[in-house]
Design a protein around this ligand. Structure first.
Ligand code: KIV
Ligand code: NA
Length: 274
């Protein structure tokens, strides 16, 4: 049975930390299915890690829908949350139509959008239609050109605004909110002030849950390791070593072996030769 936002709200009320990780394909989702991780995010970070882009801005609704479908097929327990891409939720109507698409065509159980109080009417509209919404505050990558790539909420005014934004999202019916690159004490304050789970990334240990990007947490990417990440494996290195061995075996004619091959009797071959 797939987890619902209600089941996750119960865990939150019991004080159970919520773990979330991104995934973009069937095989990764199958791996997550073998864990107790309750939340998968089909994030627009796929622009970087799947498509090699340098921001999330060019990611389309169809990109998210495509990856979401694959993830949903691979994971039957976790709640799958799909990101609404850049400029797919500029008005409440557009947001509702595109959220409906992600849910009906992508199969997600919740959508996520970036923005605070200004998006309260949008969140309300989507939630009223029966689609759970997760908010996203702090560093919001779709606004990188406006806010820069840095920790948010360092000033009093910005901190006050962050608390208000989180409260506005809760009042609008969001069931959870991601806090990205927020000073730990501020994230803790937001967590105290709202009655829905805060899911942190670069926001300290005081949040109700944590989210990490698949490639970061598994060490698939070594060009850049964000400070907020802990690598629990070095799968990139493991994969490279394996491919070096494969290549060496092909070059040395050590692969494939008889065990990897099939055969047919000599008489048949003789007849083919004739
Ligand atoms: O797209 C993404 O992966 C995200 C998380 C980093 C929260 O939005
Ligand atoms: Na995202």
């Amino acid at each position: 049975m797939r987890l619902t936002v209600h089941a996750l709200a119960q865990r939150y009320r019991r004080g159970e930390p919520l773990t979330m990780v991104t995934a973009y394909d069937y095989t990764s989702a199958r791996i997550i299915e073998g864990t107790d991780i309750p939340l998968i995010l089909v994030g627009d970070s796929l622009g970087m890690v799947m498509q090699g882009l340098d921001s999330t801005l060019p990611v389309t609704l169809e990109d998210i829908t495509y990856h979401c479908r694959a993830v949903v097929r691979g994971a039957s327990t976790a709640l799958v949350v799909a990101d609404l891409p850049f400029l797919t939720y500029s008005t409440p109507d557009e947001a509702l139509r595109n959220s409906g698409h992600l849910m009906a065509q992508g199969g997600c159980g919740s959508v996520k959008l970036e923005g605070g109080a200004a998006f309260a009417p949008t969140v309300e509209r989507i939630v009223r239609a029966g689609i759970p919404v997760m908010g996203h505050l702090g560093f919001t990558p779709q606004s990188v050109h406006q806010i820069g790539m840095r920790v948010q909420g360092k000033s009093v005014a910005a901190g006050v605004e962050l608390v208000r934004d989180a409260q506005a999202l809760e009042a609008a019916g969001a069931w959870a909110v991601v806090l990205e690159l927020v000073p730990a004490p501020l994230a803790e304050l937001v967590t105290e002030r709202i009655g829905i789970p805060t899911i942190g990334i670069g926001a300290g240990a005081g949040c109700d849950g944590q989210v990490q990007v698949w490639h970061d947490v598994l060490g698939l990417f070594d060009d850049f390791v964000p400070r907020h990440t802990q690598r629990y494996a070095r799968l990139g290195e493991v994969a490279r070593e394996a491919l070096i061995s494969y290549d060496a075996d092909v070059r040395n004619r050590a692969f494939p072996t008889a065990a990897n091959s099939s055969t047919v009797d000599d008489a048949t071959i003789d007849q083919i030769v004739e």
